[in-house]
Design a protein around this ligand. Sequence first.
Ligand code: TYD
Length: 140
Amino acid sequence: MKFSKSKVKDCKIIELPIIHNRAGNITAINEVNDIPFKIKRVYYLYDVPGGEERGGHAHKKLYQLVVAASGSFDIVLDDGKMKKSINLNRPYFGLSIVPGIWREIVNFSSGSICLVLASEFYSIKDYIRDYQLFRNLKTK
Ligand code: TYD
């Protein structure tokens, strides 16, 4: 998806499968079947102090699926024209985020875990951390 063209509405909640068991549940995420990209990297945010915010950037090429593996938080998505806040609070919902979307992650509950599946390895060059630059690139 082209960086300048992507929209908040291209970011979707994906309902993940649940394997129920009286002793607890399992959610397995299979690339291609459950999510629209190949997974190259997995990382997770945890021990986020109360009141802290994460994110505050956009990616040029990266696709991500974000899951509240534990607890809850809000993801504020922004395409330069529209802004939307999405509350993630169940381990069987994933938010798919396309390239070219500014995101902030806020309101982490205590003990929450933000699990991220990503389409590319970490690259500092894929980040846009200047909001004004982001806005300028989105109007191109
Ligand atoms: P960053 O993506 O800015 O975190 P957030 O958006 O959650 O606030 O990453 C924070 C730091 O961690 C930054 O110095 C880069 C490093 N990092 C890696 O080395 N590898 C990774 O896969 C990620 C996501 C971050």
